[in-house]
Ligand binder design. Structure first.
Ligand code: GRG
Length: 294
């Protein structure tokens, strides 16, 4: 990702990595094995797409990046917990994530479950304690709770698991991905806007951008699962076929899936029209999402 993102985004990345590291320093009150497992999964090499979206959305709305850092870390904590739990034998049963053995492989299942569990309240703790104002904290907590909850991330995951080896159509597939993948991407943008005290119209535009971008991200993820290289991806590829999953490429074919991802990104970018040139870094991030190789 380093070669495509701007120096500004690389600086944002460094800020968020440093803060994640600080937030994962618990001292003697946290069992050592639990702290190690949480750090192992969060601090593994990752794109940090969601925190970058939070911080860049805040900038685009004229806010201070610094004020968006707690929310940026919070979305990464929720995202990482969802990856740890998704990799468990009861779900996707994966042994490679972010270029390393999955949390339950490196530690054990109970520790992996507890690490994910502990990352969820940590996300809300950092927003509640470190946001610029109590109102921003409350709004961010509400939005993140909704996006990560039973109707969005967790609900999407439940439906996705239920859909393995069953017949679903592309409309249902889209519903699943809107909740499982796009909701966390959309809320990242919204939290950035909230931290910058953006108005309702700007928040709605950011959310629309995020949903379309989330679908483009998922289609690209499906394409990479099909033809990506495991070493580059840092996770097992070719999994969807084994699990009998309906994916965009299996439903639409390769070239129509690429067209759809391009179309989603174009529509996403259109939603940012009213921001003018301030939206350029978000546009660049959107283009990165479909051109990425991992
Ligand atoms: C367990 C509640 C629960 C949800 C799991 C995240 C997830 C939902 C499943 C992972 C499987 C998957 C392919 C999800 C869609 C795309 C996705 C979230 C990919 C991983 O995100 P990246 O590529 O990863 O941003 P890094 O490691 O760079 O953060």
């Amino acid at each position: 990702m380093g070669e495509i993102i701007s120096t500004e985004l690389q600086a944002f990345r460094a800020i968020v990595e440093k803060k994640l590291d600080q937030y994962l320093t618990f001292g003697a009150d946290c069992p050592e094995r639990l702290a190690s497992a949480m750090r192992y999964s969060v601090m593994a090499p990752a794109k940090r797409l969601r925190p970058l979206l939070v911080m860049q959305a805040a900038r685009t709305c004229g806010g201070e990046v610094e004020h968006a850092v707690p929310a940026a870390c919070a979305v990464e904590f929720i995202h990482t917990y969802s990856l740890i739990h998704d990799d468990l034998p009861a779900m996707d049963d994966d042994d490679l994530r972010r270029g390393r053995p999955t949390c339950h492989r490196e530690f054990d299942e109970a520790t992996a479950i507890l690490s994910g569990d502990a990352l969820i309240p940590l996300a809300f703790e950092v927003i509640a304690r470190d946001s610029a104002t109590p109102e921003i904290a409350a709004t961010c907590c509400l939005e993140l709770a909704r996006a990560a909850g039973a109707t969005q991330l967790v609900g999407g995951q439940a439906d996705d698991l239920a859909a393995e080896f069953s017949r679903i159509d592309v409309a249902k597939l889209e519903q699943i991905h809107l909740r499982k993948t796009a909701a966390m991407i959309a809320v990242s943008l919204k939290l950035g806007g909230i931290c910058a005290k953006a108005g309702q119209k700007q928040l709605a535009d950011l959310e629309k951008f995020g949903k379309k971008l989330g679908l483009a991200f998922q289609i690209t993820d499906d394409l990479l699962d099909l033809r990506g290289e495991q070493d580059k991806m840092g996770k097992r590829v070719g999994k969807d076929k084994v699990l009998g999953k309906l994916t965009y490429p299996s439903a639409l074919g390769l070239s129509a899936s690429e067209d759809k991802a391009n179309q989603m990104v174009d529509e996403a970018i259109l939603a940012l029209s009213d921001f003018g040139p301030a939206a350029e870094p978000l546009v660049a991030l959107a283009r990165f999402v479909i051109s990425r190789t991992r």
